[in-house]
Design a binder for this molecule. Structure first.
Ligand code: ZN
Length: 501
């Protein structure tokens, strides 16, 4: 038998349709997506899903073709040309002939002016080129799964953790099923379904509450004999018809069993729909509590500026939480990261050890929530300047090289503000340590994060407080004008639908 030729690629973007942050080709990778040999090198030895597909193909002694590895931070709709470039790379590789395709996808990509279903559209194109070639797909837990995606691939398996620490395992599961299929051992069939529920990401921690039960129902289906079962929380900052929770189940030949398992998983979530909704409180109230915690414990206490979380497409430059914290007298705050290339340039110009007064943050307007950017005037010393590169040592995306762009630290006395040229989630100690800040030594860590801080910063924290600031990743959906989401949709509408029983 000839060595199999397999195409392995990554296309990952979670599109926040309310975000003003653009997503051109350059937003992917370091200065654009990794192509060909570079795509392979970018993922090898890491724990990203694509790496699992590569490892499995190596075990099978397959010829590996990696046309592209494209990962960008969540942001506004993907630029049409960038999307076409990524798709063409993958489709051209398939057109050259292959025995199987393995795709590491997010599952919530919206493309400017072209499609609200970037993944489904890509899969449809691949199927049109190679109708009989089996396709395995791994998805993020926040995928908004569409019928078109399911119809145009062979196997789907998604992450079962949030914060995501099992991307590799999800792809390994999807990949193994496809390899067994290639060997003729099994005949995978899929069932898919959704419920009209937009679940707050703050309520999608798989370690607790309703989300834990939702994912546990998927695990139970796997224990009960399904090849793969995935409970997807979905991404709600996406004004598209199919936003919301869904489930996908893969069975060997038995479609009815897959559908029954899928419905059971979805029912587990729907029964607890109220528990997927986050109810906020005034920012000042949260900060007063944080101040008390910080003074009593010495810290670090985490101030979670979740509305400005770049991993949900926020601008990462809103200063409201820092402004309120300083006004309320909090002291000893490390702020991580604020994205402001202009401010970085000013600090680089001034040089380490010199004092500057400058406007930080608030450079990007947010028309979707009717707000202009509001910079904050800060005065302090430039404490450090770096190239902003580090390698993740923590449990999420372990081994991945990170590029924050040039990075500078402004020390105002009460706060040390890490300012970067590019988006960066505080998902690893490297965000602070690469610029000489030891997180344990701070009384407060103001993190523009909602979930990824958990495995890294919760273990060293004396407390954490959700701070409802300003941003396009806000959990206050009354600010957003949803037009395309199918209705009725809980909790946007008072629910009186037939699913209540
Ligand atoms: Zn996610």
């Amino acid at each position: 038998m000839h060595a199999m030729r397999v195409v392995i690629a990554q296309m990952q973007h979670e599109t926040n349709t309310f975000s003003p942050v653009p997503t051109p080709w350059e937003a992917f990778g370091k200065h654009g997506a990794w192509v060909g040999r570079e795509a392979l090198e970018a993922v090898e030895g890491t724990r990203v899903p694509m790496a699992a597909f590569v490892d499995l193909a190596r075990q099978e002694r397959a010829q590996i073709v990696t046309p592209v590895a494209a990962w960008a931070y969540p942001s506004g709709p993907v630029d049409g040309d960038a999307y076409e470039r990524i798709c063409s790379l993958i489709c051209d590789a398939v057109r050259e002939g292959c025995d199987a395709v393995f795709l590491d996808l997010h599952g919530a990509m919206v493309v400017e002016g072209r499609t609200d279903d970037g993944e489904g559209t890509l899969l449809e194109r691949i199927r049109a080129i190679a109708p009989r070639v089996p396709i395995a797909v791994s998805l993020d837990l926040h995928a908004n799964v569409t019928e078109r995606m399911v119809r145009n691939c062979t196997v789907i398996a998604g992450y079962k953790t949030y914060p995501h620490v099992d991307g590799y395992e999800a792809a390994e599961l999807a990949g193994n099923i496809l390899w067994r299929h290639l060997r003729g051992e099994i005949q995978p069939v899929m069932a898919w379904g959704n419920r009209p529920l937009l679940a707050h990401t703050l309520k999608q921690n798989t370690g607790e509450g309703a989300m834990r039960e939702f994912v546990e129902a998927a695990r139970a289906a796997e224990r009960g004999g399904m090849l793969a079962a995935t409970a997807l929380g979905g991404f709600q900052l996406a004004d598209i018809a199919e936003a919301g929770i869904s489930a996908v189940v893969v069975a060997d030949r038995d479609r009815a069993a897959a559908q029954a398992a899928c419905d059971a998983i979805l029912d587990a979530a729907w029964r607890r729909k109220e528990d997927f909704i986050y109810r906020g409180r005034p920012l000042e109230e949260a900060l007063v509590e944080a101040k008390r915690l910080g003074e009593a414990s010495g810290g670090p206490v985490l101030l979670l500026d979740h509305a400005d979380n770049c991993m949900s497409g926020a601008t990462q430059d809103s200063m409201h939480v820092l402004e309120a914290a300083l006004r309320l007298g909090l002291d000893g705050i490390a702020v991580g990261p604020v994205r402001d290339a202009e401010a970085v340039a000013r600090m680089v110009e001034a040089g380490i050890g010199n004092r500057v007064t400058l406007a930080i943050g608030g450079k990007v307007d947010m028309p979707a929530i009717g707000r202009k950017g509001e910079p904050m005037m800060l005065e302090g010393m430039v404490r450090n300047i770096t190239d902003g590169e580090y390698t993740i040592t923590g449990p999420q995306f372990t081994g991945t090289r990170c590029y924050m762009g040039r990075t500078a630290v402004l020390d105002t006395g009460k706060a040390q503000v890490v300012v970067t040229e590019r988006n960066q989630e505080p998902w690893d100690r490297g965000v602070f340590e690469s610029v000489g800040i030891r997180p344990e030594k701070q009384r407060y860590l103001l993190l523009k994060s909602r979930m990824y801080f958990r495995p890294v910063f919760l273990p060293i924290a004396k407390g954490s407080v959700l701070c409802d600031g300003v941003g396009v990743a806000s959990s206050d959906w009354t600010q957003f004008d949803y037009r395309k989401v199918r209705r009725p949709m809980y909790p946007l509408d008072e629910w009186r639908g037939p699913l209540d029983r």
